[in-house]
Structure formats: C-alpha cells, structure tokens
Design a protein around this ligand. Structure first.
Ligand code: HEC
Ligand code: HEC
Length: 327
C-alpha cells in the first residue's frame, strides 16, 4: 500500500513538473520574432493607381470592412467610404485580434511605418516589430502593381489620430505561437508583376485566392492555427461572431448535388452580389463585395465553375438561434 502511495505521489509530481515546464516554455517562447526582406515596393502619386487601390480597399480586398471600429464597419458595409481608422476586435480562441489604424497618422497609424514595412505585412505576414500577423489577410500573392496601388491609396488618406489597443493572445494562443503553429507565411513563388483585368478564370483565381479571401472562409480550416484541413472551396467552416447567430459557409465547388452555385447562371451570381447583404450578422463582407465590378464578379464565377467538384453537403448556412427568426 505504502509503495502504491509513493508511486502515485511521484506520478502526480512528475505530471505537475511537465505542466510547469510547458507553461514556462510558452511564456518564454510565445513572443517569437520573424524576419524577411522588405518588398521593394513604394507608394506613388499616380491617380490611376490610387483609384485602383481605393477600389481594392473598399471592394474585393475589403480592408475597409475590417480596419474600422465595429460601428463604422457596419456603415462601410452599407456603402459609406469611411477612412481606415482600425479598432475592430476579432475574438477567437487564440485571443482578441485588433485591426490597426491604417491612416497615415504618425502616432497611431501607419505614418511611422515605411512602405516596405506595410508591404511586408501583406506579402509575408510579418509585422514591423517582427511579430507574426494573425492569418486573416492572405494577400501574399497579390501582384506588385496591386500592392503599390493599395499603398498609394492608404498614403493618400486623411491622417486620423485613433489609438487601437494591441492584439492580446490568450494562454492557448500563446501556446500555439510558442509551438510555431501560427507562423508567418510568404508568397508561393514570385508574385506576378501585374495581372490582366478581364473576365477570365486566371483573374478569377487571383481574386478568389489572393485578394477577396473567398478561399479563407469557404474551406475547412483548423480554427486554432488557420491551417487548411480539407478541399479548398468545399465550404463547411463555422462562424459565430454574434452569440446565437451561427453561420456555415456553403460549398462553392460546382458539385451538382452539394455545390451552391452549381445551378446558378453567371447573371444570377452577379445579381446576388449586387444585391448585397441578406443576413444581418453574416461574416461575409457582402457590402464590400457589392462594390465589385461586373468584370471581377464574372471572373470569380468562371473560376469557381471550373473548379474540381467536391461533394460536401452543408445542410444549412445560417442558424439564428436567439436573434429571432428561424430558417
Ligand atoms: C478580415 C479582416 C481584415 C482584412 C480584410 C484586412 N485586415 Fe489588415 N489586419 C486585420 C487585423 C485583425 C490586424 C491585426 C493582426 C495582428 O495583430 O496580428 C491587421 C493588421 C494589418 C496591418 C499591420 C499594421 C501594424 O501596425 O502592424 C497592416 C499593414 C494591414 N492589416 C493592412 C491591411 C490591408 C492593406 C488590407 C487590405 C488589402 C487589410 N489589412 C485587410 C484585419 C484585416
Ligand atoms: C469572412 C468569411 C467569408 C468570405 C471572405 C466570403 N464568404 Fe461567402 N459566405 C460566407 C458565409 C458565412 C455564408 C453564408 C451566409 C450568407 O449567405 O451570408 C456565405 C455565403 C456565400 C454564398 C451563398 C449566398 C446565397 O445567397 O446563398 C456565395 C455564392 C458566396 N458566399 C460566395 C463567396 C465568394 C465568391 C467570396 C469571395 C469573393 C466569398 N463568398 C467570401 C462567408 C464568407
């Protein structure tokens, strides 16, 4: 009996030691810094590029839909062109991730960052301070020309002094960082210099994967690390940004049985986007996407229609548990 107690106490002590070592490891290692060369891209005063940048920021790339306070995000969704003062809080298991002030304000915005530092966030998801940027912005493979267009537009905004508290990771989030499961991702190969704007599958692929992030929401992913864990565009990712309002992304592949747009015409697709938001709390930035040009929408549709069909039945895309209304 005595021997048993001794072994038991020893075992508990051993487990406690392992836990303690892990906690120490997390606290010592979570704040890892990363490095990558700064992209050699710089803002210009070219009015055509500034206009392209504004279109991307308020439309397909929806920077404006995230880089604002929650109240202003709603107004951007309804069609107002508000400057990008930051402040939205994205609450995930790894922590509270806060979007930054992207106006050229010297104190609270990107005024103190160089063009290279801003471009590196987009290309390599590494912050100016070397921190890994939370994987919400998959712009790694955006063309040089479009990155320059966005930089040019951001620099042309009115500076707004608006302080946003830094992102805060939970213990789980710090553990994920310490283990290197959230780590910066760079481009796959050399990003294109520029891309031809035409209703082609090539341009649609570019928009859906490298600009509008259709792939990021409409694919199965690990919610802790953001990693893709199933066929891209097959849907099934769950969102509950407002308690009680659960959304599930539909399958966008052209599977005749389970793909949502398999039977849609190109016109119906364009009209669906022009109509904008249907569900109040849907995480999809419908308001930004409603500003997309017909060429861009047609390109995306043609790309999605040409994808490999994947059978993945998503029963329902929205469940309004408490917010009122069913279906
Ligand atoms: C889905 C929401 C979302 C979208 C869309 C988005 N961002 Fe962000 N962005 C964030 C969040 C959240 C952070 C903070 C991330 C962190 O702290 O790890 C951030 C951080 C940044 C930073 C880092 C700034 C700093 O001070 O370190 C830059 C630069 C940036 N975003 C630029 C852009 C640009 C340009 C676009 C559009 C092309 C864009 N973002 C689109 C949510 C978004
Ligand atoms: C932030 C996450 C997110 C992003 C980004 C996103 N979607 Fe969605 N999408 C959703 C969710 C959630 C739904 C289901 C709720 C709804 O219909 O609003 C949805 C619904 C849809 C639907 C079905 C609409 C209907 O009327 O039934 C289509 C089509 C669609 N998305 C296409 C796209 C395309 C194309 C893109 C990129 C241009 C995209 N989505 C980007 C989350 C997203």
């Amino acid at each position: 009996m005595k021997k048993f107690v001794k072994i038991f106490v020893g075992l508990i002590g051993f487990i406690a030691l392992i836990i303690l070592c892990f906690v120490a490891f997390v606290f010592l290692k979570w704040d890892k810094k990363y490095d990558a060369p700064y992209p050699e891209l710089a803002a210009t005063q070219d009015s055509t590029l500034i206009a392209r940048g504004k279109y991307l920021v308020y439309g397909p790339a929806h920077c404006a839909g995230c880089h604002n306070t929650t109240e202003r995000m709603l107004r951007v969704d309804q069609g107002e062109d508000l400057t990008l003062i930051g402040g939205a809080e994205f609450v995930f298991e790894p922590g509270v991730i806060r979007s930054r002030n992207l106006t050229p304000d010297m104190e609270t915005g990107i005024g103190k960052l160089t063009d290279g530092e801003v471009a590196r966030v987009m290309r390599n998801s590494i912050g100016a301070d070397g921190r890994p940027i939370f994987p919400l912005m998959p712009f790694q493979n955006m063309s040089d020309e479009d990155v320059v267009a966005i930089l040019s537009y951001l620099r042309s905004q009115e500076p707004v002094n608006h302080f946003v508290k830094p992102t805060e990771y939970s213990f789980m989030g710090k553990a994920v960082l310490a283990l290197g499961l959230i780590k910066p991702e760079g481009p796959a190969g050399t990003p294109p210099k520029s891309i031809k704007i035409e209703p082609s599958e090539v341009y649609g692929k570019y928009l859906a994967n490298s600009v509008a992030n259709c792939v990021g929401c409409h694919s199965p992913r690990d919610l802790m690390s953001g990693e893709f864990i199933g066929p891209k565009f097959s849907g099934g990712l769950e969102f509950e940004e407002v308690p009680g309002a659960l959304f599930v992304t539909p399958n966008l592949t052209p599977d005749p049985e389970t793909g949502i747009i398999a039977n849609w015409s190109e016109e119906a697709f364009v009209e669906r986007f022009k109509a904008g938001r249907v569900y109040e709390h849907s995480p999809m930035p419908w308001g930004s996407f409603a500003r997309m040009s017909e060429v861009d929408l047609r390109a995306i549709f043609r790309y999605l229609k040409a994808l490999e069909p994947v059978s993945n039945k998503v029963e329902k895309t929205q469940y309004m548990l408490e917010v009122g209304g069913s279906n």
